[in-house]
Design a protein around this ligand. Structure first.
Ligand SMILES: Nc1ncnc2c1ncn2[C@@H]1O[C@H](COP(=O)(O)OP(=O)(O)OP(=O)(O)O)[C@@H](O)[C@H]1O
Length: 261
């Protein structure tokens, strides 16, 4: 579980996060959504310790992340997996070398133990056959799966994903969402995803936090988002005509069901 408590963040006196409080639970896919510039990445970076919040605190379980000793900070770092935009793989390393990298950095394992663990996660993301390839030799969807394998190789407690579907076709996006959702349940991770993808919101949004101009405007889940009476949220999530129609159809079904029961 990660708890953000009254987080503000200013750059040169300009406040971009304006007092965000939210709890992200373990074993759930938590999504952060919002217009460009609403503060999603800054918030994610505050939680990851890449930015120091101006005020407020981030708790990992009950531990204040900004008050850790160097060795505790290193330990926490080893418990966090990240999937960044563009996959951020090392171009000069093969798929298996990329996945092994966090083990070499953080794990106290023999060479054989590391090889076995790499085999295990490559199998999990269905990339065993691509192990000797370089990132430039595989597709964008496969690169994302390498990034996910690398993020989970250390058995993380926390998984952060920044725009995991960017640049992927809709079908591959769905596969990546499904994989992240399954891994969240299998590893019981507290998973936090920044996304612009409304399919993800409606498919895997077990908790959704909507940021607007640096404020938390709304929070809920993929079911409550449909009936939420929050105009900025509805205008944002259901902005495309097709999503608007789908929402109207779902509301119609819900009302019919209510009237019959
Ligand atoms: N290092 C920085 N220094 C100054 N201002 C910053 C910095 N990082 C972000 N900002 C500002 O903070 C605001 C929020 O940016 P942020 O990147 O968090 O938005 P976002 O919601 O992630 O947008 P997008 O969806 O386009 O990625 C923006 O106005 C941005 O210019």
């Amino acid at each position: 579980m990660i708890t953000a408590s009254n987080i503000t963040k200013s750059f040169d006196g300009v406040q971009v996060l304006k007092g965000i409080s939210v709890t992200f639970e373990k074993g759930k896919t938590n999504l952060i959504i919002g217009q460009s510039g609403s503060g999603k990445t800054v918030f994610l970076k505050c939680m990851l310790g890449l930015f120091e919040p101006t005020t407020g605190e981030i708790l990992y379980e009950r531990t204040n992340a900004s008050k850790l000793t160097t060795s505790d900070r290193q330990k926490l770092r080893s418990e966090i997996g990240t999937v960044f935009q563009g996959s951020a793989l090392f171009d000069s390393m093969t798929v298996e070398q990329n996945v092994k990298f966090p083990l070499e950095m953080f794990a106290n394992m023999t060479e054989k133990q590391m090889r076995d663990r790499v085999d295990e996660v490559l199998e999990r993301v269905n990339l065993t056959n691509a192990r000797k390839k370089y990132p430039s030799e595989i597709s964008g969807g496969m690169q994302k799966r390498v990034a996910i394998a690398r993020a989970i190789v250390n058995n993380p407690k926390y998984l952060f994903c920044d725009e995991p579907n960017s640049g992927l076709d809709p079908q591959t996006s769905q596969l990546i969402d499904k994989l992240i959702h399954e891994i969240t349940q299998e590893y019981n991770t507290t998973t936090i995803i920044n996304t612009h993808d409304m399919n993800s919101v409606l498919e895997i949004g077990e908790k959704i936090v909507y940021l607007k101009n640096g404020y938390k405007e709304w929070e809920g889940d993929k079911n409550s988002i449909i009936v939420a009476e929050n105009k900025p949220l509805q205008d944002f999530v259901f902005s495309s005509p097709i999503f608007k129609k789908a929402r109207e159809a779902m509301l119609y079904e819900i009302n019919n069901f209510k009237n019959k029961n």
